[in-house]
Design a protein around this ligand. Structure first.
Ligand code: HEM
Length: 417
């Protein structure tokens, strides 16, 4: 049964982009994604050279989930789970129910295959991206339950402790992850809910995060959105259309180690709390100095418009650099960290408030890079970032994201070959 009511079986005509492609046929503005006819419906292929949800134009909503595998799970069980997850993800991303003929009502004696809350909704640009955490290769006791330790990527280690980290274990780590992005929150939540149900008894949710409002552009067809500090975010991001840069900085190559990860990437997730009440008391000029860009236009303080390259050497009347020595964009720029770049794909979050009556708000930072070292280099360079006074990193996780899936395969199959 099809959930994708609008275009029905003819949905193929509306399929845009390739899983590994940019989906540049889309005219995406702000948060919404529209096809050439202006209809708010997009369907991304699940199968392709790379997993969807990386260079796909960032959708507006996120549900991200990290799982711990069950103690009793063995290699066959893990392969079974990944196979079922792949089948379900391929269907869900096309706007279909979890399983073929999966009656929402079920029989009188069995629960429904699909929970049903996305019935009648379009695919809404849903992409589902799977990742493998360090614990899948060697568990805490050093045991190699799945026979994978020899294939563990050397760089797939929990991230080092960075200055100012205030990490909470309950919001960090995980053996497996699923990133579900869509333009409708119900669709993203439905995907994680049903994939969690499929995992029952084999993997359990460790932590999850909802995100609203993308905080980056991953395609030149997208307008730059704003983060909760009110600044444009994503201006200098790596964009899907810059294929040589994506190839160099995002995808793992066959010549990199290990070969099974070719066509994949490393995903870093950081739950960054933003102390927005304090930020809101900071004068506009000071906010701009901390970021290194203007708040309205998003132009570098060295002059020009949003997409003008910053000139870090340019000085003002007092001979001081126009872009401060500790400005975020200076420290995050490739010139400050040995050339490291990354594809950022984060989301805003507001999860109620804390006991002091402050919003539990921030940026759920997600980045994809060819090596974790790229993130480490940039985050290390950000140690003296002036913004840090208003930030607190409370969650951290890293995953190896396998390459794309071919029809008839399961995600990460090469790892088990
Ligand atoms: C750029 C905000 C955390 C890496 C920017 C920009 C803003 C911003 C406003 C300028 C617009 C743009 O080019 O996208 C923030 C906020 C953060 C945060 C509010 C925390 C809540 C991080 C982290 C990293 C990072 C953790 C990586 C470790 C970058 C990079 C750029 C950038 C690489 C582009 C720099 C360039 O080449 O010009 N960020 N950011 N940011 N940020 Fe962040």
């Amino acid at each position: 049964r099809q959930l994708f009511g609008v275009l029905g079986a003819g949905a193929a005509g509306a399929v845009v982009g390739a899983a590994g492609g940019a989906g540049v046929a889309l005219a995406a503005t702000g948060g919404g994604t529209t096809d050439a006819s202006g209809a708010a419906a997009s369907v991304y292929p699940y199968f392709g050279a790379h997993q969807a949800g990386i260079v796909t134009p960032a959708q507006d909503r996120l549900h991200f989930a990290a799982f711990d595998v069950a103690d009793a799970l063995d290699r066959e069980g893990l392969i079974g789970l990944l196979t079922e997850w792949t089948d379900a993800a391929a269907r869900l991303s096309q706007g279909l129910e979890v399983a073929e003929g999966g009656a929402v009502g079920g029989s009188d004696y069995s629960p429904p295959t699909d929970t049903g809350e996305a019935l009648g909704l379009p695919a809404s640009g849903l992409t589902i991206t799977f990742g493998f955490g360090p614990g899948l290769f060697t568990d805490e006791s050093g045991a190699d339950r799945f026979g994978l330790s020899a294939r563990r990527p050397a760089m797939l280690e929990p991230l080092p402790r960075f200055q100012g980290d205030a990490l909470v274990p309950e919001m960090s780590g995980g053996d497996l992850c699923i990133q579900a992005c869509a333009d409708d929150p119900q669709v993203a939540v439905h995907a994680i809910r049903n994939l969690s149900r499929i995992a029952f008894g084999r993997a359990s949710l460790r932590w999850s995060q909802l995100g609203f409002g993308r905080t980056s552009s991953t395609s030149t067809t997208q307008a730059t959105p704003r983060n909760l500090f009110g600044f444009k975010d994503g201006t200098a991001n790596v964009k899907a259309e810059e294929t040589a840069i994506v190839d160099d900085h995002v995808w793992v190559h066959a010549s990199d180690e290990p070969a099974w990860l070719a066509g994949g990437s490393y995903l870093v997730a950081r739950r960054i709390r933003m102390i927005i009440e304090n930020w809101d008391r900071v004068q506009l000029g000071e906010q701009e100095m901390l970021v290194g860009r203007s708040k309205g236009e998003g132009a570098p303080l060295s002059g020009g418009t949003e997409f003008t390259e910053p000139d870090f050497d340019k000085t003002g009347a007092t001979d001081a650099p126009l872009i401060d020595a500790d400005a975020h964009v200076r420290l995050a720029h490739p010139t400050s960290n040995g050339g490291a770049r990354m594809l950022r794909r984060g989301y805003n979050f507001v999860d109620g408030n804390d006991s002091l009556g402050r919003l539990d708000a921030g940026l759920f930072f997600l980045s994809f890079q060819r090596s974790p070292q790229q993130f480490i280099d940039v985050q290390t360079s950000l140690a003296r970032d002036g913004l840090n006074e208003y930030l607190k990193h409370v969650g951290s996780a890293i995953f190896a994201v396998p390459g794309g899936v071919a029809e008839g395969e399961f995600v990460g199959q090469a790892l088990f070959a």
